[in-house]
Structure formats: structure tokens, C-alpha cells
Design a protein around this ligand. Sequence first.
Ligand code: CA2
Length: 144
Amino acid sequence: MKFLIINGPNLNMLGLREPGIYGDRSYTTLCQLCEDWCAEEGIECELFQSNHEGVIVDKIQEAYGKVDGIIINPAAYTHTSVAILDALKAVAIPTMEVHISKVSEREAFRQISFVSYYAVKTIQGMGFEGYREAIRALKKWLQS
Ligand code: CA2
């Protein structure tokens, strides 16, 4: 089983600002944890981060026929991107949406998620642990 883990804009800056919302650990640490958590579950994983919407769309398209599942934190594009939603629908790869913070309790503009129209499930407010939850839940969903 292979997963593609996609992180959107500014998540490469984790740990540098807003530790009260996103914690004080870095993007490098998040990648290491995701690799460890996938390995524990016997899952091969590829990690990808971009600050550019079209680059994320290209990456989703390239995943067609190559991965079993996608875990995505689209960051700010969560709330704006029909293009990322359409790419996920086009490749039809089962997808889990993750947010580090509890978006449902933040500003009104963060309450809308385009990706959630396609995702199997949205995990939010669990910090980095949310990715572990997503990896486990997606594996379980694929095996059910
Ligand atoms: O909670 C999440 O995971 C978000 O997807 C993070 C996005 C935000 O736009 C979403 O509404 C919720 C923002 C990621 C920005 O990350 C930063 C990293 C360091 C310093 C400031 C922001």
C-alpha cells in the first residue's frame, strides 16, 4: 500500500510562527513522524509540500494509478480551491483531509472546505497526531 501525503502553502514554515495554533515543531519533524507512522503500518509513503495551487494539482494528477491513498492538508487552499477538489475527483484516489488546528472553531472563512466535498473524512484539531490518525483511518478504510 502506498500513500501520498500532501501539505499546502506555508506548512513548510511550521514551528517558526504561531506556535499557539500550530505547535512548535518543524515541517521536517512532521515529515519524519509521517514516515515513521507509515512504516509502523507497513505503508510506503511519499511526502510533498508546495506553496502553489497548480503544482499541487499536477502532483495529484501524477498520482493517478500510482498510489492507493492521499492524505492532504491543503492549508489555505482548503477554503478556496475548486481546482484541488476537481483534481482529487478526477483521479478518484481515496483521500483523507487533515488540519492541525481546529478549523471549525476559528474564523468564519476557515469553516468552508472544498476538499471535504470529496474526502472520506476530515480530521482536525489533533496537531501533528492528526496525520497519524489519518494514516490509520485511511488504511482501515481501504481494507474494509
Ligand atoms: O490547521 C491547519 O492545518 C490549516 O490547514 C493550516 C493553514 C490554514 O490556512 C488552514 O485554515 C488550517 C495554514 C498553514 C500555515 O502554517 C503556518 C506555519 C507557520 C507559521 C504560520 C502559519
